[in-house]
Unconditional design. Structure first.
Lengths: 347, 347
């Protein structure tokens, strides 16, 4: 009677990885709506509304895959679940306005626990001035799953994609990188210590910065507002969820260009540097390959760089090149090292 | 170290049920966007775009809670997951145009299995002329979860809510009721027989109609197009996902009115009647309380009823009354029985 095993061939999802899987699953879909400006493949989809465009993005967060409630307070989880979606809207240079939140929960969770979760969602809505307008609430056989969808709006000509970078454009990030990854490593280490001996309390002293970057990231609304005030529309932009290397490679691939990043220019917070060294990790590797920083990575025309000079949190890290130059990291000695995607792969 | 057990009080989710839970979780949320016309509490949220409005709705489908892959082909599941969301958009009298689909899957599923699922999603998109524009694809520790969000558009004055019914309005449904519930009962019975003896093949002969209504429902786009052609805007509308009784009570509560449904007018397909009798169930009980029919329930002004007279699948089933009359079923003998909500509660 089973309906699942009708296929003779069996390809494991892990053989493909996320991006190839999505390409395989959606290859036969045909676009029929004229209003679809951008479909799958950017931070958000873009729908034509006439003068304006609407952007829409969605994320699914699954317990034990994306979060661990051993060290993630439910309030922080709710906040983060909203913020990571708003970050995708800002990454299109749009302003988020509405979200929907669906959850499935097992009977392990009490009403009070869910109230904590929704308090985090509420604070994120308040902070970023978005309305929660819908969702679905259901039970699950095991664990907690959250699905958040965010929509936002912007004039069509201001929407920023991943595919507009051109050789000569200057590359920026909106903040320090690698800290979220190190925060996660720290929490995972403390969890292991706790599991081995529950009497030892976690040692997170002086680690507020890295732990905060992981547990309670912010979306860079301020960067988008500064860009607007300066009259600068980036040629390409995305948010850093998988890591600088992996994400820059997306921009290079979609813009059909290369890039050179200067190792010395990549901003890394002192707390992150110190923790990396403590963990015997190379800080630049954490900054390049650590995910979940939710900073913005964007490119601007060379003639626009003057307008960004005195803005807070605009870190110039490199330059877009022609595609034949590849995507490279220039070390302090001037040597070039090809960047590779070592981002998150949940499969 | 655990972050979950900080609450002293513990209220079980099952004590509240879905609607009270949602009310509890969202009670502190404040609306800040002027463009929010309708938030939580209808088939979809409504966002003001000027002349037009956008509607947005989302559903989360969880394996073992909402579907059983023992008897649900993945292609049908994909189709149904899209259709139930489109149904919510039509229930606002809007035309769906775009969807996003997120899935979390365990390694039990092969790429080929997911291709089946997406083939169903693709066929639904093709049938209803909507574009798949985004989503998220991730792993899960166990089982399959689908999250679909649908958006649609309509002139603001044509959007239909649940709260506009007035005494004297006439009540319609777009098709036969109760069949999906009976299809589910049949599949569940055959599953039990199969589990007890895997050599017995399921007996679904001559049950295409009821099984089809459960496994592969359609959204009533045609009803919306007929209404538009007739120049009739319903005063209230919703789609029948929880069952006629439960859903009509939503309209009555939100419209602050009562209703009388004529038992003899409730359309029940012969196949469903016969199966109900075979299962020792009362056909009208199945029609009133069986969920997942995805027909439209709508009210129109008495003066508009002439325009609907000769349309296919417009079943007149009763009348809206003043609130003091309650929400009642009038049996063939003329006796009144109060309708009660016995719809789905997954908690």
């Amino acid at each position: 009677m089973s309906t699942e095993e009708s296929n003779i061939q069996r390809t494991e999802i892990s053989e493909l990885g996320e991006f190839k899987l999505i390409a395989t699953l959606t290859s036969e879909f045909v676009q029929v709506q004229n209003s679809t400006i951008k479909s799958i493949g950017d931070d958000a989809a873009v729908i034509d509304l006439g003068d304006r465009a609407m952007v829409i993005t969605t994320d699914l967060l699954v317990e034990w895959i994306h979060f661990d409630l051993m060290y993630t307070p439910l309030k922080h989880l709710g906040y983060k679940a909203v913020v990571v979606n708003l970050s995708d809207v800002y990454a299109m240079n749009a302003i988020p306005s509405h979200i929907t939140v669906s959850i499935s929960v097992s009977n392990r969770f009490s009403v009070e626990a869910l109230q904590e979760l929704y308090e985090g969602i509420r604070i994120a809505c308040e902070t970023y001035k978005v309305d929660l307008v819908g969702g679905d609430t259901t039970s699950s056989p095991k664990g907690l799953t959250l699905s958040v969808t965010a929509v936002g709006f912007q004039s069509k000509e201001k929407i920023t994609y991943r595919n507009g970078a051109k050789a000569g454009d200057q590359i920026y990030v909106s903040g320090h990188l690698g800290a979220a990854y190190l925060g996660l490593q720290l929490l995972e280490r403390e969890k292991q210590i706790y599991l081995e001996n529950p009497n030892i309390q976690p040692d997170l002293e002086n680690q507020d910065y890295v732990v905060g970057k992981f547990l309670k990231p912010e979306a860079r609304k301020d960067t988008i507002l500064w860009l607007a005030k300066s009259g600068v529309i980036p040629t390409a932009m995305m948010d850093l969820s998988d890591g600088l290397s992996s994400d820059l490679l997306h921009i290079c691939k979609q813009s059909q260009c290369g890039a050179i990043i200067d190792e010395e220019s990549v901003p890394i917070h002192t707390d992150a540097k110190l923790l990396a060294i403590k963990f015997n990790l190379d800080p630049i590797t954490c900054a390049l390959n650590g995910g979940e920083d939710y900073e913005l990575l964007f490119c601007v025309k060379a003639e626009d760089t003057d307008k960004l000079k005195f803005l807070p949190d605009f870190y110039h890290i490199g330059e877009i090149t022609t595609p034949d130059a590849g995507t490279q990291l220039r070390s302090s000695s001037g040597k070039l090292h090809p960047l590779t995607a070592q981002g998150w792969n949940h499969f």
